[in-house]
Design a protein around this ligand. Structure first.
Ligand code: FNR
Length: 405
C-alpha cells in the first residue's frame, strides 16, 4: 500500500509494519498476554449500531468543543504514546505540530523521546502532560513543574500501571530503546546500573540487527548479543523487555488515592485520571479531586481480559452525575467510533496507535492525515445521523446490545 492511496486510519498500520524494525512495530502494536482486550477494544464498537434521524438540515455542522476550558476544533485528541522517535526522527515534535495544525490537544508521554521544552518550542498548542509516578518523588515534582512552566495545560495521571503489563512480543524481541534515543523528560534521572546495562544491550542490539543480515557476522554478533542479554538478566533477575524492567525498577507501585493530594501540592494544573474502568473508582476519583476521567485500558497493554473501554464507558459516565467530564481511548479508528463514544456520554476521545503508525509511515503529514480523516468521517457520521453539533448527539442515536431485552 502506498501512502498516497491511504483512505482510512487503519491502513497506516501495514505501512508502519513494513517500514519499522520488527522490535519497534511489535512494541507499538501489541497488547498484553492473550491480547483478548486488544481485539475486544475494536470488536465492541461493531456491536453498537446507529439509529439515525432524517430530514434535518445538516448543511452546517459544528464539531468544536471545549476541553478543560480550552476550545478545540473537534472532540478527537492525541493520547500519550511513549518513545515516538522510534517511529520517526521527529517523533513527538511532529505529532505536536500535527495536533496544533488540527486545532486539537496532544498529550505528551512522560516516557517521550522529546522533552516538554522541545515540544513547547514547536509553537503554540494545547498540550497535556502524562505522568507516571516514579519512586523518586523529587524527579516527579521536577518534571511536573517543567511541564507547567513549558505551558502544558493539564496533568494526565496514568493510574493503571503500577507495573507494566506482560507484553509477550516485547519479551520475545528483548525490546530495548535504540541507543541513539533517551527518555528526555527523565534525562537527568540516575538510572544507575539499569541505564548502563540497558545502554550496552541497546548498543549490541543495534549492531546485532545490522550484522545479522551478513552470514559471516551472524554467528558472533548473536553470540555477543546473547552474552550481553544474559548479563542484563542476571543483574535484574528478569527476562523482560527494557520497558518492563525500567518500570519495575522506577515506577512507584505504592501509588494510591492519597497521592493525588500530593500531586495537587506540586502543581496548579487540573489532574485527569487515565485508566479508570469502574463506577466505584469514578466516585472515589471525584472525591479525590480529579478534574476529569479517561476511560482507558492503556490500549489493552496492561491487564488482559478487562472490558473494551466502550463497554465500560456508560457506567462511568453515570457515576459522575455530570460533575466532571469523561473521555475515552482504546480502539478508536473511525469517525463512527467517535460518534458512538459521544452518544454513550464521552466528552471526547483520544487516539494512540493511529498516531505512531502514521508517524512511522509519513511523519507529521501522516499524523495530520489521520486527524483529518477521523474528522471528516466523524462529520459525515454526524450529518448522516442528523446531528449539527456535539450537543445534538444523544443516547437515542445508538442502539447497543444491552439495550435489547
Ligand atoms: C501507549 N499508552 C500509553 N499510556 C500512557 O499513559 N503513557 C504512555 O507512555 C503510553 N505509551 C504507549 C505506547 C504505545 C506504543 C501504545 C500503543 C500505547 C496507552 C495510550 O495512551 C492509549 O491509552 C492507547 O493507545 C489507546 O488505545 P489505541 O488508540 O492505541 O487503540
Amino acid at each position: 500500500m502506498k501512502k498516497d492511496m491511504i483512505t482510512n486510519v487503519t491502513e497506516y498500520e501495514a505501512i508502519a509494519k513494513e517500514k519499522l524494525p520488527k522490535m519497534v512495530y511489535d512494541f507499538y502494536a501489541s497488547g498484553a498476554e492473550d491480547q483478548w482486550t486488544l481485539k475486544e477494544n475494536r470488536n465492541a464498537f461493531s456491536r453498537i449500531l446507529f439509529q439515525p434521524r432524517i430530514l434535518i438540515d445538516v448543511s452546517k455542522i459544528d464539531l468544536t468543543t471545549t476541553v478543560m476550558g480550552f476550545k478545540i476544533s473537534m472532540p478527537i485528541m492525541i493520547a500519550p504514546t511513549a518513545m515516538q522517535k522510534m517511529a520517526h526522527p521527529e517523533g513527538e515534535l511532529a505529532t505536536a505540530r500535527a495536533a496544533s495544525a488540527a486545532g486539537t490537544i496532544m498529550t505528551l508521554s512522560s516516557t517521550a523521546t522529546s522533552s516538554v521544552e522541545e515540544v513547547a518550542s514547536t509553537g503554540p498548542g494545547i498540550r497535556f502532560f502524562q505522568l507516571y509516578v516514579l519512586k523518586d518523588r523529587n524527579v516527579v515534582a521536577q518534571v511536573v513543574r517543567r511541564a507547567e512552566k513549558a505551558g502544558f495545560k493539564a496533568i494526565t495521571l496514568t493510574v493503571d500501571s503500577p507495573i507494566l503489563g506482560r507484553r509477550e512480543a516485547d519479551i520475545k524481541n528483548r525490546f530495548t530503546l535504540p541507543p541513539n534515543l533517551v527518555l528526555k523528560n527523565f534525562e537527568g534521572l540516575d538510572l544507575g546500573k539499569l541505564n548502563k546495562v540497558c545502554d550496552y544491550i541497546a548498543t549490541f542490539h543495534y549492531w546485532y540487527e545490522i550484522l545479522k543480515s551478513d552470514e559471516f557476522f551472524h554467528y558472533w554478533s548473536s553470540y555477543c548479543y546473547n552474552c550481553c542479554y544474559f548479563l542484563f538478566e542476571i543483574t535484574f533477575q528478569t527476562s523482560d523487555s527494557f520497558a518492563a524492567s525500567y518500570a519495575a525498577e522506577l515506577y512507584d507501585r505504592s501509588l494510591n488515592w492519597k497521592d493525588i493530594k500530593w500531586i495537587q501540592t506540586i502543581t496548579s494544573l487540573p489532574i485527569l485520571l487515565k485508566g479508570v474502568l469502574t463506577p466505584e473508582d469514578t466516585m472515589i476519583a471525584i472525591q479525590a479531586g480529579a478534574a476529569g476521567i479517561i476511560v482507558s485500558n492503556h490500549g489493552a497493554r496492561q491487564l488482559d481480559y478487562v472490558p473494551a473501554t466502550i463497554m465500560a464507558l456508560e457506567e462511568v459516565v453515570k457515576a459522575t452525575q455530570g460533575r466532571i467530564p469523561v473521555f475515552l481511548d482504546g480502539g478508536i479508528r473511525r469517525g463512527t467510533d467517535v460518534f458512538k463514544a459521544l452518544a454513550l456520554g464521552a466528552a471526547g476521545v483520544f487516539i494512540g496507535r493511529p498516531v505512531v503508525f502514521s508517524l512511522a509511515a509519513d511523519g507529521e503529514a501522516g499524523v495530520r492525515k489521520v486527524l483529518q480523516m477521523l474528522r471528516d468521517e466523524f462529520e459525515l457520521t454526524m450529518a448522516l445521523s442528523g446531528c449539527r453539533s456535539l450537543k445534538e448527539i444523544t443516547r437515542d442515536h445508538v442502539l447497543t446490545e444491552w439495550d435489547r431485552p
